[in-house]
Design a protein around this ligand. Structure first.
Ligand SMILES: CCCCCCCC/C=C\CCCCCCCC(=O)SCCNC(=O)CCNC(=O)[C@H](O)C(C)(C)COP(=O)(O)OP(=O)(O)OC[C@H]1O[C@@H](n2cnc3c(N)ncnc32)[C@H](O)[C@@H]1OP(=O)(O)O
Length: 215
């Protein structure tokens, strides 16, 4: 695999949460296997996923925040930061966000296979809109990070077109449309596994963080 331009890899590796678990549904496992097959010729890449944030050492967190988020750094309790974890990866297996992402470098696409568990309910029997938004943000955010490294979501515009059934598997398809200076434009849709139902459409704007600027 050639190095991904601007990609950021965490320094410490723990358990990869994007691998099959007994709690995964049959659909989830099937799609995982299909995408892993597509990875064999190198056109797609399986993206590992961990439950911690970018850094594990306090001095690394501190250096990052002071460099990229100096305004926020004044309000952050660095001791508490050591307990920080990625919120999509901290439910018990099968109850919250179960997902795995794949990346196609030629097409600049990230696809996320996602199953929202019973703790993500909004309307009865349906996935909470915030949970959908979270996974869209994570998917387009991954695409932006692969392209340009340290980025933040500036705008996320979502149209919820059909309710997503709780505990069903969906495909989140994201596409990097263009990069203009520090701005990355990424679009996205959420579909049923059989691609017959378009649940959600979204567009996003990510900004590459500039350490010279005081954010
Ligand atoms: C082997 C594989 C490796 C794979 C590696 C993958 C690892 C994956 C790991 C984990 C992935 C997880 C991914 C999760 C993702 C989650 C991300 C979030 O949730 S981020 C939290 C929510 N977002 C905020 O809190 C931002 C708050 N906003 C800000 O801090 C600033 O507004 C910021 C940084 C976004 C921009 O501020 P400025 O000062 O740097 O830049 P200015 O000058 O304001 O804007 C730059 C340009 O962008 C336009 N712009 C900015 N905001 C805009 C907006 N909302 N709408 C339209 N244009 C906007 C401006 O007009 C300007 O444009 P002109 O250069 O003049 O053309």
């Amino acid at each position: 695999m050639r190095p991904l331009a601007g990609s950021y890899l965490p320094e410490f590796f723990h358990e990869d949460h994007s691998l099959p678990k007994p709690s995964w549904s049959k659909d989830m496992r099937l799609l995982f296997d299909q995408f892993m097959k597509k990875c064999e010729d190198g056109s797609w890449i399986h993206l590992p996923s961990y439950n911690y944030t970018l850094f594990q050492r306090s001095q690394d967190i501190s250096a990052f925040i002071h460099a990229y988020l100096p305004t926020a750094s004044k309000l952050i309790n660095e001791e508490k930061l050591l307990q920080a974890k990625i919120f999509t990866r901290n439910f018990e297996d099968g109850l919250g966000f179960e997902y795995v992402m794949f990346y196609n470098d030629v097409e600049k696409r990230v696809v996320c296979v996602f199953e929202g568990g019973p703790y993500l309910q909004g309307m009865p029997g349906c996935l909470h809109g915030g949970a959908i938004a979270t996974m869209i943000d994570a998917t387009v955010g991954t695409s932006a990070m692969i392209a340009e490294g340290i980025v933040m979501t500036a705008n996320l515009n979502i149209n919820f077109k059909r309710p997503v059934p709780l505990c069903s598997v969906v495909l989140i398809n994201s596409q990097l449309d263009k990069i203009e200076g520090r701005k990355l434009f990424i679009s996205c849709n959420v579909q049923s596994v059989d691609e017959k139902t378009l649940y959600t459409e979204a567009t996003s704007l990510f900004i590459k963080l500039d350490p010279e600027k005081q954010v």
